[in-house]
Design a binder for this molecule. Structure first.
Ligand SMILES: Nc1nc2c(c(=O)[nH]1)N[C@H]1C(S)=C(S)[C@@H](COP(=O)(O)OP(=O)(O)OC[C@H]3O[C@@H](n4cnc5c(=O)[nH]c(N)nc54)[C@H](O)[C@@H]3O)O[C@H]1N2
Ligand SMILES: Nc1nc2c(c(=O)[nH]1)N[C@H]1C(S)=C(S)[C@@H](COP(=O)(O)OP(=O)(O)OC[C@H]3O[C@@H](n4cnc5c(=O)[nH]c(N)nc54)[C@H](O)[C@@H]3O)O[C@H]1N2
Ligand SMILES: [Mo]
Length: 682
């Protein structure tokens, strides 16, 4: 038996360090790695389930080709010949941009950049996507206000006296964050939660505020007004570091708690109580989540909430923090690309065309000169995770040819003409950062690839050779097969920071240049060098108000809609998006898909707990079991995202492909639905 240190490469705040036990070529146990101060305890259930996932009999470990609607195993030689021929034909006949290279967040790491290099430098261009399904409205709001995205180390939460979970549910989405939160509460801190749902994260909260989805900016603006009226402002901080306070002060005079209450459905006295907490308990850390910025007003909402940290001087000090995203461990330039958003006009001019991730289906269908003919999907499951599944499916089916690189037969893989088997986290080394914990980590190669699996770097190398590219040319652009090339590449990156692979094999390393207390130097890389409550870039870059405003979210507040309920589709504990639920251990725990409803909404529709219902709107419908719970605010229904169509539910059938106000994010939650009874359970 041997033990290896590695790190979980899933798109998740925690990015746990793990110790993996291997016996006879099989993973036998996943154990904690205490050197990582952010994740010193055991990984989550998903982390434990790697014991099953690594060797799952359902894994795709050979290339497959669809023949008469069924997948048949083929050789690498045949798969690559078919793809090479298609690529040459499409390039000749329509131009490179007729190929869409789509990648998402399935596996993090530096080596992912080689995929883009293949499309850009070897194939000579392609269409790619800009924007991101996840967090860019909040990233851009923070960047415009503070200059960059960083926050205090997770263990600094213990220094806070007030912690505000504003639309984040760490008890499910970031379990390790609950440890310092609980320690802070044990030391007398207060917890406030603002979420339309009463989540597991609220158990020790002193205050729970349950607004209608997308109305948080109204609450935050009213709270700002109250704080200013009561002189709870940190004037020294404002004077030294803040641009636009006077304008902001004038601006928020109009936002009364009465006004905010009517919009958000939160009682006036609760808004006032929230203002008292925020204005008077210091130091305060606000932990805004990513769910609450996935609306068409998400950027403005984020800026309105961030104003509360600014007014009260809660930035740059122990326990005082805006805890949105900590990009300090992404010290290697190349990694920033997949994380950032790409404005449509920015990429490499002629050879690269971009379409919107948020509007993937619509944009794929609308693309002309050339029309799209082929897609290559890697590290993503767009038929489950991107909005408006029917449009995405229509766009996929209109193509001539589809390649999907996957570990499992996902909804997207099932649409492929050729499936290429994807590596898992134990089969190739890579370096990964985290957007929450401050370490640089090695995701270590521990096992030889299963079956005929090849990592993407090798797939592209073999494909390029099949296409007749010269080896000496390729050596400059791609990574030749073999662990020694991977190690040399990673080592060259690490050397720049006087780090080494050997060091990372022993454990995680704090990011070079890390500020444990972010902004403790009070330097803000905004145009003015100050914190910008007033951001002219909001109007210059995004045509938005330079001062934070509340704008009703598209679709949610249309009076005449026949669909009265707000649909929310948050993340859930035992999956990362569409991953893990296909494993036996996880499906046993998570049971079957349900829509959660407030019992009052259910009663109005004659629905009882356990009944089969249809959740529908003008985009689509899903049949699902109803679960009645007061945890969900009246007027809202909840289906967590990530169930596959083949697991019974595809929640993005109901969502629209829309961008957020700033940052090219995806406004997943701007959806209204109705629910009707299909079948009584009794
Ligand atoms: N277990 C698990 N962990 C994960 C993931 C996962 O899929 N599973 N995914 C990872 C990724 S990629 C991400 S982006 C993060 C996301 O994790 P979080 O940042 O926690 O985001 P969500 O789960 O989308 O939403 C969090 C909460 O916001 C609430 N919410 C929704 N709309 C609003 C609103 O308008 N106002 C307010 N105040 N609250 C609102 C939801 O009810 C939900 O409880 O989690 C990461 N961690
Ligand atoms: N309705 C709704 N939809 C949402 C959200 C929501 O809140 N509501 N949240 C959105 C958010 S925050 C995010 S981040 C996105 C996530 O969207 P995606 O990144 O598309 O989500 P995953 O489900 O993680 O799918 C990743 C796929 O990559 C595969 N994979 C894993 N490792 C590798 C590898 O090494 N190589 C290859 N080729 N494949 C690999 C996995 O098997 C999996 O099928 O979903 C978004 N979708
Ligand atoms: Mo995400």
């Amino acid at each position: 038996m041997k033990e290896f240190v590695t790190a979980c490469p899933r798109n998740c705040y925690s990015t746990c360090s793990l110790v993996v036990q291997v016996d006879n070529g099989r993973i036998t146990a996943i154990k904690p790695m205490p050197l990582n101060r952010a994740t010193p305890f055991n990984g989550c259930v998903k982390g434990q389930s790697y014991v099953e996932r690594a060797h799952s009999p359902d894994r795709i470990i050979y290339p497959h080709k669809k023949v008469n609607g069924r997948f048949k195993r083929i050789s690498w030689d045949e798969a690559l010949s078919i793809i090479a021929e298609k690529l040459s034909f499409i390039k000749e006949k329509y131009g490179q941009q007729a190929v869409l290279f789509y990648s998402a967040s399935g596996m993090s790491g530096l080596l992912n950049d080689f995929s883009l290099k293949f499309w850009r430098d070897v194939y000579g261009g392609a269409t790619t996507v800009y924007g991101n399904l996840c967090w860019p409205a909040g990233l851009e709001a923070t960047r415009l206000t503070l200059g960059e995205n960083k926050h205090n180390v997770p263990w600094d939460l213990e220094n806070a006296k007030l912690i505000v979970l504003w639309g984040k549910n760490p008890a499910e989405s970031n379990v390790h964050e609950m440890v310092p939160i609980n320690n802070a509460l044990d030391n007398g801190a207060k917890l406030v939660v603002i979420d339309p749902r009463r989540t597991q994260s609220t158990q020790r909260a002193s205050l729970l505020v349950q607004p209608f989805p997308s109305t948080d900016a109204a609450i935050a603006l009213a709270v700002s007004n109250i704080i200013i009226q009561n002189n709870w402002v940190d004037y020294d901080f404002i004077k030294q570091y803040v641009l636009g306070y006077e304008e902001f002060k004038e601006h928020v005079k109009q936002y009364t708690s009465q006004w905010a209450s009517e919009i958000s459905g939160v009682p006036v006295d609760l808004i006032e109580k929230l203002a008292w907490y925020v204005g008077n308990i210091k130091p305060m850390t606000i932990i805004p989540g990513y769910g609450m910025q996935r609306y068409t007003n998400g950027g403005q909402t984020t800026r309105a909430i961030l104003a509360l940290n600014i007014l009260t001087g809660n930035i740059g000090k122990p326990g005082a923090c805006w805890h949105y995203a900590n990009l300090q461990s992404y010290v290697f330039d190349d990694v920033l690309e997949p994380l950032s958003y790409y404005p449509p006009e920015k990429p490499d001019g002629k050879i690269r065309r971009t379409i919107s991730t948020a509007r993937l289906g619509q944009d794929m269908l609308a693309t002309k000169n050339p029309e799209l003919k082929m897609i290559w999907v890697e590290r993503g499951n767009p038929l489950t995770q991107n909005p408006n599944t029917s449009r995405v499916l229509e766009a996929f089916r209109k193509l001539d040819f589809r390649v999907v690189v996957e570990q499992f037969f996902t909804d997207t893989a099932l649409e492929a003409d050729i499936i290429l088997p994807a590596k898992n986290m134990f089969e190739q080394s890579d370096i990964i950062g985290s957007y929450w914990n401050p370490y640089v980590q090695l995701k270590q190669k521990i096992l030889e690839p299963a079956g005929e699996v090849k990592p993407e770097t090798e797939i592209y190398w073999c494909l390029a050779q099949k296409m007749g590219f010269d080896k000496t040319f390729l050596e400059d652009v791609l990574l030749p097969p073999g662990d020694e090339h991977v190690d040399r590449f990673l080592e060259s990156k690490l050397n720049k920071f006087n780090l080494s692979l050997e060091q990372l094999k022993r454990g995680p390393v704090l990011a070079p240049g890390l500020q444990e207390i972010a902004f403790s130097d009070f330097r803000f890389s905004t145009p003015s060098g100050k914190i910008e409550l007033l951001s002219n870039q909001m109007s210059e870059l995004w045509d938005e108000s330079p001062l934070p405003v509340y704008k009703p979210a598209v679709e949610l507040f249309e009076d005449k809609s026949p669909f009265p309920l707000f649909l929310m589709s948050p993340n859930t504990k035992n999956r990362i998006h569409s991953q893990f639920n296909n494993l036996k251990i996880i499906s046993l725990i998570s049971g079957e898909p349900v829509v959660q409803m407030n019992p009052n909404d259910a009663a109005e529709r004659g629905i009882n707990d356990g009944d089969m219902v249809e959740v529908y709107n003008h985009r689509g419908a899903v049949s699902i079991k109803a679960q009645l719970t007061y945890e969900v605010r009246k007027g809202c229904v909840v289906i967590p995202n990530g169930w596959w169509r083949t697991q019974g539910v595809s929640v993005n059938m109901l969502s629209e492909g829309r961008e957020t106000d700033i940052g090219h994010g995806s406004a997943f939650h701007n959806n209204r639905v109705e629910v009707r009874l299909i079948k009584n359970s009794k």
